[in-house]
Design a protein around this ligand. Sequence first.
Ligand code: ATP
Ligand code: MG
Length: 333
Amino acid sequence: MEGEAGNEILRANSLYHVYESSAEDGNVVALRGLSVSIMEGEAVAVVGPSGSGKSTLLKCLGGLMKPSAGSVELGGTRMTRLTGVELVELRQKTVSFIFQDANLLPHLNAIDNVAQPLLHQGVMAGVARKKAMGLLERLGVGDRAFGMPEQLSGGEQQRVAISRALITDPKLILADEPTGALDPITSREVLALFDQLHREDDVAFLLVTHSKEVASFCERSLELREGRFIAQHGAGVDIGDLSDSREFIVDDSGTVTLPPDVLLKIGGPGRFEVQEIERDMLHLERVDEEREEIEGSGEMVLSSSCPACFHSYGDSDEQLCPECGSSRPMVQA
Ligand SMILES: Nc1ncnc2c1ncn2[C@@H]1O[C@H](COP(=O)(O)OP(=O)(O)OP(=O)(O)O)[C@@H](O)[C@H]1O
Ligand SMILES: [Mg+2]
């Protein structure tokens, strides 16, 4: 089946995911009605604070986890309807994963880890190993081909994992912090390789990242907050200051979510009356009496320290904690 509108490689509609728990603080709603569409050959970054649902999203999109509700289509086929074997086949043909930690099989050496997806598809061992060796060399770890995972450094393991992800010539790569464990030089080399795959082989990417370089390799970045995409950013985004380049998103349910700095700018939560409403335009203005009430009850400001790791923000107006990536909350002045 072909994807509609020409060439969508991936499409998700209204994804919800709830991690159920019997603990006192109860269930965690990690995705809240999220929709996304990636075209063939497109590179898209997902940025957002720790705990916003990035890894959960990637796992649901790649069929590693079944979302609580909503649908995912890969190359036009509805994954959420497939049985085990069909799902594995569709995934193997289309998509590869790169995780933050390499996730290598501990009992296989590097080259066999890389060759494994091809062996699974019934390719002859000699052919699979040859291709695996070529990729390991391309990623600068050819001389470690016969090392066991535990004998490799974190960066070497990650390069082996990237080789494994590339061996099936995927049309789409889903990557969760792919360069997180790499030093800056290796990380630049890996990005150059991604860029080449993207430009020359039309491979599509959806990359979760906290890194400027990774985000700037993408044509657009989607900003995730509390399980929802709240904004989109164009190429060359500065992820240290997302407030400069936001395009807000009104989702299928009509919901817009404002990030804390915008909420701060408009004077905090309250009631707004509609001044003008037209196709493609909406003008809201705060109801006056509400504003007085809010001012009277104390202004909202960005918290001076991180509630998770106690990092002190000093004079900065950063939105994300530079130490732990947590979202900076607003508090009463
Ligand atoms: N297995 C799980 N069981 C229960 N809750 C979970 C589980 N995995 C994640 N969560 C919760 O779901 C939310 C989203 O988690 P997720 O791992 O997707 O965030 P993330 O954006 O990838 O964060 P990070 O940047 O730290 O990797 C968080 O509140 C997290 O605590
Ligand atoms: Mg994560």
